[in-house]
Design a protein around this ligand. Structure first.
Ligand code: FES
Ligand SMILES: [Fe+2]
Length: 436
C-alpha cells in the first residue's frame, strides 16, 4: 500500500501538515480585495510570469498567426510561427506612428490568419513574421532611419506540450525551468490528438483568485451544484465522493488536484442508447455523456504514468494548476480542458474555458461532446454566481479571517504563492532602487 493509499484508507488524509510553511492558521483575503495589492500583483506576477495564450495548433505552419488582447490592458500581442518554425510574439504596435498593426474588422477584436508579412493599415509599413520591419513606404523621405532597428517590440514566447506561452519581462527565466519537473511530465500526454475545440469565455465580477479557489476544492459541489446533482441536498451530499477520495499535491508554485469520477457506461449495442444507470437523467443516457465526459471513450493508448499519482480507484481527472492563471485538466475519459483567468481589475476578470476532444467520428460522438461542453459550462456558471457573491461580501471587510479545511490546501497554498511572489518582487525592486 502506498503512502497515499494508506492515508485514503484511514479516512484521515491530512495533506496540510505536510507543508508546515503554509501553517494551519486562518487566512486573510485582503489579497483579493485590495486595489494596492492588485497593482503589486500585476507588476510582480502578470508582467513577469509565463502566460498561456493559445494552443500551438493555432500557429501550425510558418505564417500562421493570432492576436491576443490580454485583459485589463496588460498587453496587445501578435503570436506568429516564423519561417524558421519557431513561435514568436511581439507587441501589436507600429514603429511609425503607433498604429495597431494586426487587426481585421474591429481594432479591439482578436484575429487570426496566415500571411508572409504584416502590413500596417495606416501607411503601409510592413513587418516580417519575426516582427522586423521589411518595408517602409517612401523610405527616402525620412531622416536618419535605420530599418534594422525598427520592429514591433518583441515579447518572449515559447511552447511546451503544444501550449504557447508568452512572458512580458525583458529577460525571463526559461519556460521549462519555470514549469519544473512535475509539470514537465505533461509532455507525455497526446494533447495534439485532441484538436476538436469548444471555447467559452465570460467576465466575472470578482477577483480572479476567488475563481481559482472555487475549482481547486471539491467541498462545495453538493451545495453550489445541488440542482445538478440532486435538489434534495441531503441526497446530493451522499452522492459526492467522501473528502478523502481526493488527492492533492504541491510543486510550488504549481499544484495538482486529483478527482474521482464515475466509470463510463458499458459499450452499447449499435442502434440502442445502451444500458442506463439508475441515477442517470434521460438526457445523459440519450447522449451517453455528462460532466465527467463521454461514455464512449476514444482510444488514445495507455494513460501516461504521470496521471493519477494518488491512485484514486475510480479516477475522474487530474487538474494541474500552472502558476499563475492556467489550469490544465486531463480527464480519465480522454479529453482535456483548459481554464484561464485574466484579471482586469481587483474586482473583475475574464474567465476562459476551452475543451479539447479527439475529433468526433460521427454525429453521435459530436453530440456527446456538445453535452460534455454544456454540462461543464453550466457547472462553471454556477460557480461564477458564488464567486461574485463572495467578492461582494469580502469587500465589506466585516469578516477578515477565514478558515480553510485540509481539503482546501490548494487555496492556502495558492494565495501564499501569490503573496510570496509579490513580496519577493517588491524586495528585489526596493534593493535595486536603493542601489541606484
Ligand atoms: S502607423 Fe503604421 S505605417 Fe504609419
Ligand atoms: Fe464548482
Amino acid at each position: 500500500m502506498t503512502d497515499i493509499q494508506e492515508r485514503l484508507a484511514t479516512g484521515k488524509g491530512k495533506f496540510t501538515p505536510r507543508y508546515p510553511e503554509l501553517t494551519t492558521d486562518p487566512v486573510s483575503y485582503e489579497d483579493a480585495i485590495s486595489p494596492d495589492f492588485f497593482q503589486a500583483e500585476r507588476e510582480a506576477i502578470f508582467e513577469r510570469s509565463w502566460l498561456y495564450v493559445g494552443r500551438s495548433e493555432r500557429v501550425a505552419r510558418p505564417g500562421s498567426y493570432f492576436t491576443r488582447e490580454l485583459p485589463g490592458g496588460l498587453a496587445s500581442i501578435v503570436v506568429a510561427r516564423a519561417l524558421d518554425g519557431t513561435v514568436r510574439a511581439f507587441h501589436n504596435v507600429c514603429a511609425h506612428r503607433g498604429n495597431k498593426v494586426v487587426w481585421q474588422e474591429h481594432p479591439q477584436d482578436e484575429s487570426s490568419g496566415s500571411c508572409r508579412q504584416f502590413q500596417c493599415k495606416y501607411h503601409g509599413w510592413r513587418y516580417g513574421l519575426d516582427g522586423q520591419v521589411v518595408h517602409i513606404t517612401n523610405e527616402g523621405e525620412f531622416f536618419d532611419l535605420d530599418p534594422s532597428l525598427l520592429r514591433m517590440p518583441p515579447v518572449a514566447a515559447d511552447e511546451f506540450a503544444g501550449f504557447v506561452f508568452v512572458n512580458l519581462a525583458d529577460d525571463p527565466e526559461p519556460l521549462r525551468s519555470s514549469l519544473g519537473e512535475r509539470i514537465g511530465e505533461l509532455e507525455a500526454y497526446p494533447f495534439d490528438r485532441m484538436t476538436q475545440r469548444y471555447g467559452f469565455s465570460t467576465r466575472i465580477e470578482g477577483n480572479w483568485k476567488l475563481a481559482i479557489d472555487s475549482v481547486c476544492e471539491w467541498y462545495h459541489p453538493p451545495y453550489v451544484h445541488a440542482r445538478f446533482i440532486d435538489k434534495d441536498i441531503s441526497k446530493a451530499e451522499k452522492m459526492v465522493p467522501p473528502v478523502d477520495a481526493y488527492h492533492y499535491d504541491l510543486f510550488p508554485p504549481h499544484m495538482l488536484t486529483s478527482v474521482p469520477g464515475p466509470p463510463p457506461l458499458p459499450r452499447r449495442e449499435p442502434g440502442t442508447a445502451g444500458p442506463a444507470r439508475h441515477d442517470q437523467r434521460w438526457v445523459y443516457r440519450l447522449f451517453r455523456a455528462g460532466l465527467f465526459g463521454p461514455d464512449d471513450v476514444p482510444d488514445i493508448g495507455p494513460a501516461p504514468e504521470f496521471l493519477n499519482k494518488g491512485r484514486i480507484k475510480s479516477w475522474g481527472n487530474d487538474q494541474f494548476w500552472l502558476f499563475p492563471n492556467l489550469s490544465v485538466q486531463i480527464w480519465a475519459r480522454n479529453y482535456y480542458i483548459t481554464y484561464t483567468y485574466w484579471p482586469e481589475s481587483v474586482d473583475s476578470h475574464i474567465y476562459e474555458i476551452d475543451l479539447y476532444f479527439v475529433p468526433p467520428a460521427n454525429a453521435s460522438e459530436r453530440l456527446a461532446q456538445e453535452m460534455v461542453v454544456d454540462s461543464t459550462i453550466e457547472f462553471a456558471m454556477q460557480d461564477v454566481n458564488t464567486i461574485e457573491a463572495t467578492h461582494s461580501a469580502l469587500k465589506t471587510r466585516r469578516q477578515t479571517q477565514f478558515h480553510l479545511s485540509d481539503q482546501e490546501l490548494l487555496i492556502r497554498a495558492f494565495h501564499s504563492y501569490v503573496r510570496q511572489a509579490v513580496a519577493e518582487h517588491q524586495a528585489s525592486t526596493s534593493t535595486n532602487g536603493g542601489a541606484a
